[in-house]
Write a protein that binds this ligand. Structure first.
Ligand SMILES: *Cc1c(COP(=O)(O)O)cnc(C)c1O
Length: 381
C-alpha cells in the first residue's frame, strides 16, 4: 500500500540522534535550543519554543493568549480535532468559521459575517493552513485586531510554506504560529511541536508553561532566593518539553526542508498535469503563495461515480493508501454533544462529501504516480 504520507530519515539524521544519545544530555541540554534557533531562523521569527507535540503547542498558545472559562475560540471545521480541543483544555468554548469553497481554508468572508452578528467576540482565532496552504491571513488579522482577538496560526501542515515570499511562522499577520513534527508531517522529530512568536511576553509565558510554571530567574521570583538550589513555581504549567534526542532529529531534518518542499511541489505539479482531464478539482493556490503540500487534496462528485465509500475501497484495493482530511470537527460526537448539528457549516460538509487525500511524500516514485492516477481514472471515467 502506498501510504498517504511517510517520513524521510537520512543517515545524517541518524548520526545526529546517535550523537545526542552519546552525550551528557538526553533532555534539557543544548540540542533543544539549537533546534529552536534553526526553526526561528527558517521562519524569520524572533522566538521559537519547542514542545512535545503540536497539540501541546496549541494548548500553550491558547493559554498564553489568555483563553479561559467563558471565552470562545474560533477555528475551521475542516481540521484535525486538536485545533479545536486546545480551547476546551482551557475551559473555553469552541465555535467554527466555515471554509472557503476554493482554498478550503477558513474563509475570511465567513469570518467577517460571523463577527458582524456575534454576541461575543472570539478570544482567539485558530487559522489552520489546510494541506500546507496558508489562510488569507491579512484580512483575518485585520478583523481580529479590530475585535481584540489573538491570532494563532495552526501551521501543522505548513512549515516551509510562504505567501509573497514571507515564510509561514514569521507571524507577519498573527501572534503565534504552531507547527507539528509528527512523522506524517513535512519534517519530523517523531513526536514534537513548536510555537513561533515575535512577542517577548508570549515567549516568556510559553517557556514558563512548558516546564511546570517554574522559574530559576531571580528577577521573576516572588521571594528572595534560599540558595543555589532554589526555584519558584509561579503558575500551573506542564511538562511539555521536547527531548534533546528529538530536537537533534528536527534540526537535521530542517536542513533538508527546502528540498522537501521543492519535491512536494514537483509531485503536486505532476498530479495536476496528469489529473487535468478528470472530473475533479484540487486546492487552488493563490498567486504568490507557496503551499508546503503536506497533503494533496482532491474533490470529486463521488456520488456520480459509484459513491465515496466505493471509491475509497477501490483505491485501497489498488494499493493506494488514500485518506480523508478531515471529518468536519463539529460533526464529531464530542462536539455534537456540545450542541453542533449537521448543516451548521455547509461548505465544510460539502467538502467532506467530495474530498479524498492522495498519497504525497518525498519518496514517492514515478511508478507510484502512475498507479495512483490509473486507479483514479478507473473510478472517474
Ligand atoms: C497533526 C495536527 C495537529 C496535531 O499535531 P501533533 O503534533 O500530533 O499533536 C494539530 N493540528 C493539525 C491541523 C494537524 O494536522
Amino acid at each position: 500500500m502506498i501510504p498517504y504520507g511517510h517520513q524521510a530519515i537520512s543517515d545524517q539524521d541518524i548520526a545526529a540522534v546517535v550523537e545526542v544519545l552519546r552525550s551528557d544530555f538526553l533532555t534539557q541540554g543544548p540540542a533543544v535550543e539549537r533546534f529552536e534557533r534553526a526553526l526561528a531562523e527558517q521562519c524569520g521569527a524572533k522566538h521559537a519554543v519547542a514542545v512535545s507535540s503540536a497539540t501541546a503547542a496549541l494548548h500553550l498558545a491558547a493559554l498564553a493568549a489568555g483563553v479561559g472559562p467563558g471565552d470562545t475560540v474560533w477555528t475551521s471545521p475542516v481540521t484535525f480535532v486538536a485545533s479545536a480541543n486546545c480551547a476546551r483544555y482551557c475551559g473555553a468554548n469552541v465555535d467554527f468559521v466555515d471554509i472557503d469553497p476554493i482554498t478550503w481554508n477558513l474563509s475570511a468572508g465567513a469570518l467577517e459575517e460571523k463577527l458582524a452578528r456575534a454576541a461575543q467576540r472570539p478570544k482567539a482565532i485558530v487559522a489552520v493552513h489546510l494541506g500546507g496552504l496558508s489562510c488569507d491571513m491579512e484580512p483575518i488579522a485585520r478583523m481580529a485586531r479590530a475585535h481584540g482577538s489573538v491570532v494563532i496560526e495552526d501551521a501543522s501542515h505548513a512549515v516551509g510554506a510562504s505567501v509573497g515570499g514571507v515564510p509561514v511562522g514569521k507571524n507577519a499577520h498573527s501572534d503565534m504560529t504552531v507547527f507539528s513534527f509528527h512523522p506524517v508531517k513535512i519534517v519530523t522529530t517523531c513526536e514534537g511541536g513548536a510555537i513561533t512568536t515575535n512577542r517577548d511576553d508570549l515567549y516568556e509565558r510559553l517557556v514558563s508553561l512548558r516546564t511546570h510554571g517554574i522559574t530559576r530567574d531571580p528577577k521573576r521570583m516572588v521571594n528572595p532566593s534560599h540558595g543555589s538550589w532554589y526555584y519558584e513555581q509561579l503558575e500551573l504549567g506542564f511538562n511539555y518539553r521536547l527531548s534533546d534526542v528529538h530536537a537533534a532529529l528536527g534540526t537535521s531534518q530542517l536542513t533538508r526542508l527546502e528540498a522537501f518542499i521543492a519535491r512536494r511541489n514537483e509531485l503536486a505539479g505532476e498530479y495536476q498535469r496528469r489529473l487535468a482531464k478528470l472530473p475533479l478539482r484540487w486546492q487552488q493556490v493563490p498567486a504568490g503563495a507557496r503551499s508546503a503540500y503536506h497533503l494533496f487534496l482532491i474533490r470529486a462528485d463521488w456520488a456520480a461515480h459509484g459513491g465515496q465509500r466505493a471509491a475509497f475501497e477501490s483505491m485501497r484495493a489498488a494499493g493506494v493508501g488514500v485518506n480523508l482530511h478531515y471529518i468536519p470537527v463539529h460533526l464529531q460526537p464530542y462536539y455534537a454533544q456540545l450542541g453542533f448539528r449537521p448543516g451548521d457549516f455547509p461548505e465544510a460538509e460539502a467538502y467532506y462529501r467530495e474530498a479524498m487525500t492522495l498519497p504525497l511524500h518525498v519518496q514517492m516514485t514515478e511508478a507510484n504516480l502512475e498507479l495512483i492516477v490509473g486507479a483514479l481514472k478507473n473510478i472517474l471515467t
